[in-house]
Design a protein around this ligand. Structure first.
Ligand SMILES: Nc1ncnc2c1ncn2[C@@H]1O[C@H](COP(=O)(O)OP(=O)(O)OP(=O)(O)O)[C@@H](O)[C@H]1O
Length: 228
């Protein structure tokens, strides 16, 4: 469970988060909103990548102010820019890096890496230079490297921008099958059809919070009003 209370945060001249209170207890929660509305900034407070200027964020009761290391272990974070998340020269090494603190033998790590490669459409790419993967393959690698750690909560910031239809379907199916809580920030609104809850952020505040159909309709109306 993620509890956000009275969160405010300034970046440069601008107050990007302007008083956010949210308790996210549902299994799958979407966060939507216009470009620059503050979604990524909010999501980065969920694992202490950003410590808010005011207010607090707690994950399963642990505060990002006091227990940021424990929070980071619980919350897997997938960035929209997958390249930034790839740390090792080859695909297999990058996944193996995620398993380094798991007390596994070298053979067990190899077996987990192979299974992960095939689960995420990267079979046969183990020795491939990770930075030479296509953009969509990098996103799948970043996704695999986060999930192989089995975090209790998964926060994904626009994970599907570069994915082809096959990988979008794979992502949707994977998200649907995860036991852990998923918080998904996306402009691909159809990915949220079967989510439990969708929060709409605008100008650093929660402007709507409800079931996907309602929230997406609200967001459409908000954007329509802005265009006309
Ligand atoms: N390091 C920074 N310094 C100053 N302003 C920043 C910084 N990072 C982000 N911002 C600004 O904060 C605002 C919110 O950005 P944020 O990335 O949270 O929005 P978003 O809702 O995730 O947008 P998008 O849908 O485009 O990804 C934007 O106006 C952005 O320009």
């Amino acid at each position: 469970m993620i509890e956000v209370s009275g969160v405010r945060h300034r970046l440069g001249e601008r107050e990007v988060l302007r008083g956010i209170d949210l308790t996210l207890a549902e299994h799958r929660v979407g966060v939507i909103g216009a470009n620059g509305s503050g979604k990524s900034t909010l999501a980065r407070t969920f694992n202490g990548l950003i410590t808010p200027d005011a207010g607090d964020v707690r994950v399963d009761g642990l505060s990002v102010r006091d227990d940021v290391r424990s929070v980071r272990r619980r919350v897997g974070f997938m960035f929209s820019e997958a390249s930034a998340q790839i740390l090792m020269p080859t695909v297999a090494e990058d996944i193996a890096l995620s398993l380094r603190d798991h007390g596994l033998t070298a053979d067990e790590v190899s077996a987990r890496v192979e299974a992960t490669l095939s689960a995420y459409g990267l079979e046969g790419y183990g020795d491939h230079p990770a930075q030479l993967l296509s953009g969509g393959q990098k996103q799948m690698l970043a996704f695999a490297a986060v999930l192989v750690r089995e975090p209790q909560v998964l926060v994904c910031d626009e994970p599907s921008t570069l994915l082809d239809l096959h990988n979008q379907l794979r992502l949707r199916r994977t998200l649907a099958g995860l036991d852990q809580q998923v918080v998904l920030l996306t402009h691909h609104l159809d990915l949220l059809d079967d989510f439990d809850r969708v929060v709409v952020i605008d100008d650093g505040q929660v402007v709507h919070d409800g079931v996907p159909g309602e929230s997406v309709a609200f967001y459409h109306d908000l954007m329509e009003a802005r265009v006309s």
